[in-house]
Design a protein around this ligand. Structure first.
Ligand code: ATP
Ligand code: MG
Length: 374
């Protein structure tokens, strides 16, 4: 009964909203809420609340509070699932406006809830698994010492580093190997995953990431595909308004102080397209190069050790045909395709005919494989 009467009351308020509009009362564009709990406490009452899907909550909230006139500091009472549970209006834009069909409703989740979503990545990669990339490994040696004994470094601590270079050359692998060997948590975010989010959501994801890393320091933050958000200003119009996300990132990067032992490593395939303010924060830019002959030989040999079938391969020839290929090309496009071809043909040994099949499968550019039969 109570709910129905509330509903009709709200309905009539909704209808009134059109009148309010002309009466200088505008529809709310965006409302930010925080769970406030019940107006009083009594036994058997659970006063904490976990919201698992903020989009769903928005729809639920909009449905029941449609037509309500609110201002900063108002309270909204739930009338459906947990009657009389209150939500405080943290902000509403514009002030004194009405919740309408188009109002965006955001909820600030409890601190512990929100940080639960930021998880560290585990892996079993060892630093010695990464072939070549000598410059990067030297820098990693310094970071490793720092993460083990941060207090020794003081204001000389390493901080923000950029890895750039060809795809599939070991950037992600090296960061995972570092975190694994030093046994510190690795917090990874793909910048592309922030695109398309509401700007405020992306900024708060970045904030949560840094907050969690600080709380669990020593730790590593890895922002992959950084160019997706931190595009050079001349390219930013292509991606819409990412500058606020960039500002959030800069604020967080500057906010880490040297006592916290948090290292931020960003990666990109293209450093020249990076926003110059972001780029200037990196104390070092380290290039990841395509492997040379000797390094490709090593990558083949390392991967062949774990092949689940026997093999009969001419390594010299493999080195020759894989010129200009990355470590990822070698593993994923050549060896994996060859192995799967052998398995599909009920063979017990991977041989050069399977490699030939992989090379002709169209997964690698033909210009990359000239020299195969020279
Ligand atoms: N230097 C290397 N030594 C050994 N294996 C490598 C090396 N580089 C790449 N690989 C192989 O390629 C795979 C992909 O590498 P990784 O994910 O580190 O590339 P990346 O540089 O991060 O690429 P992207 O720029 O596309 O993110 C690795 O899991 C590994 O199997
Ligand atoms: Mg990567």
């Amino acid at each position: 009964m109570k709910n129905n009467s509330k509903k009709s009351e709200l309905k009539s308020q909704t209808q009134k909203s059109a009148v309010f509009e002309t009466d200088n009362k505008r529809n709310a564009e965006c409302v930010v809420l925080k769970a406030a709990g019940y107006p009083f406490d009594f036994e058997m009452m659970e006063s904490s609340l976990e919201i698992t899907d903020t989009g769903l909550f928005e729809q639920y909230a909009r449905d029941q509070w449609l037509g309500m006139e609110i201002n900063n500091e108002s309270y909204l009472f739930d009338q459906k699932i947990i009657p009389d549970f209150a939500f405080k209006v943290i902000s509403v834009k514009p002030e004194n406006s009405i919740i309408s069909e188009t109002t965006k409703i955001k909820i600030i989740l409890d601190e512990t809830d929100k940080l639960k979503n930021v998880k560290s990545i585990k892996s079993s990669i060892k630093l010695s698994d990464i072939v070549g990339q000598v410059n990067a490994k030297n820098k990693i040696k310094v970071i490793e010492k720092y993460l083990r004994e941060p207090e020794v470094f003081g204001s000389w601590a390493p901080k923000n580093i950029l890895f750039y270079g060809h795809p599939g050359t070991g950037k992600t692998m090296l960061v995972k190997g570092l975190a694994n060997e030093v046994e510190v948590p690795l917090y990874l975010i793909k910048a592309t995953s922030l695109i398309g989010d509401h700007v405020g959501d992306a900024a708060s994801k970045i904030h949560d990431l840094f907050e969690k890393a600080s709380k669990n320091s020593p730790s590593i933050i890895f922002i992959d595909e950084i160019d997706a958000i931190a595009l050079h200003r001349s390219f930013q119009s292509l991606r819409g308004d990412v500058s606020e996300i960039v500002n959030a990132l800069l604020t967080e990067m500057d906010g880490i102080n040297e006592n916290e032992a948090v290292i931020t490593i960003c990666a990109t395939n293209n450093s020249s397209s990076l926003d110059s303010a972001v780029r200037s924060r990196f104390e070092e830019e380290i290039e990841f190069k395509l492997p040379d002959d000797e390094e490709r030989r090593q990558i083949f040999e390392n991967n062949l050790e774990t092949l689940p079938l026997e093999y009969d391969l001419d390594i010299n020839k493999l080195v020759k045909v894989s010129k200009n290929m990355s470590g990822r090309d070698i593993k994923e496009k050549i060896l994996k395709t060859a192995l799967h071809n052998a398995i599909a043909n009920d063979k017990t040994v991977v041989d050069m005919s399977d490699i030939d099949y992989a090379l002709k499968s169209g997964k690698v550019k033909i210009s990359d494989v000239k020299g195969m039969f020279e």
